[in-house]
Design a protein around this ligand. Structure first.
Ligand SMILES: Nc1ncnc2c1ncn2[C@@H]1O[C@H](COP(=O)(O)OP(=O)(O)OP(=O)(O)O)[C@@H](O)[C@H]1O
Ligand SMILES: [Mg+2]
Length: 226
């Protein structure tokens, strides 16, 4: 298997007052390139902590993360910023679209931030909105879209700059089961069509069978990997 991210003995502690929470304990995993991997586990099991480390949004207390051959745990903030901006895309539970902008403008603006030239932006923004099934909704503002449609705009924005990996933390949590499944199926299609790698967290069991790989966390430890 060709792996895009590999972690070795990752640990992350959180201190609050006199107590310490061992949010992750010696987590060693591999994320396969071009596949959809789901991180699952009960609330508090460490899913968000792990995905934040993989996406270079946080640093571990010990252990290492190799992303595309680069040890991001030892890299400078400058290198990590660059990696996030160019090679990673993020989708969060609550959609963070800009309310004054249309769906198209939200995606186009994301490309501008990623440093894509004006010529390429328009075409790519349209293509990504079409990929997520919103070709006819491009000019709608977020409040003129359903929750599932807004989440799809957020996904179009996350994939527009052609990242290697999308990290999605509970992207379906605020959607009903039907909409949630549609969003996960969309990730499935993007993996096939665009060769994306997707890492997503969920505690919804109905999503699990759509994944290529499932990693189960319990109390900060990987207890099952398949
Ligand atoms: N900033 C923090 N300070 C202190 N403790 C934290 C912090 N962030 C997370 N924790 C603790 O670390 C553990 C793992 O939290 P994490 O957010 O990774 O869980 P999760 O699996 O994402 O849960 P959920 O499904 O509820 O989102 C929990 O016990 C949590 O209380
Ligand atoms: Mg979480």
């Amino acid at each position: 298997m060709s792996c895009i991210i590999k972690t070795e003995n990752l640990s992350r502690d959180f201190k609050s007052g006199n107590s310490v929470v061992h949010a992750l304990k010696n987590v060693s995993i591999e994320i396969e390139k071009g596949k959809l991997t789901i991180l699952r586990g009960r609330s508090g099991s460490g899913k968000t902590t792990l995905i934040n480390l993989l996406g270079a949004l946080d640093r571990p207390d010990s252990g290492s993360i190799i992303f595309n051959g680069i040890d991001i745990t030892r890299a400078s903030e400058r290198v990590r910023n660059e990696l996030r901006r160019k090679h990673m895309g993020f989708v969060f539970q609550s959609v963070a679209l800009i309310s004054m902008m249309s769906a198209y403008e939200n995606v186009e603006f994301g490309l501008r931030i990623a440093g894509v030239g004006a010529k390429g932006r328009s075409e790519r923004a349209r293509k990504c909105l079409s990929l997520v099934g919103l070709a006819k909704r491009m000019d709608h503002r977020p409040h003129e879209l359903s929750g599932g449609e807004q989440q799809r705009v957020a996904i179009a924005r996350a994939i527009a700059h052609k990242p290697d990996v999308i990290f999605a933390d509970e992207p379906t949590a605020e959607l009903d089961t039907h909409m949630g499944l549609q969003v996960v199926k969309l990730f499935r299609d993007l993996v096939e069509l665009e060769g994306l790698t997707v890492v997503m967290t969920t505690h919804d069991p109905s999503m699990i069978e759509i994944a290529d790989h499932v990693l189960t966390l319990e109390d900060g430890e990987i207890v099952d990997a398949r």
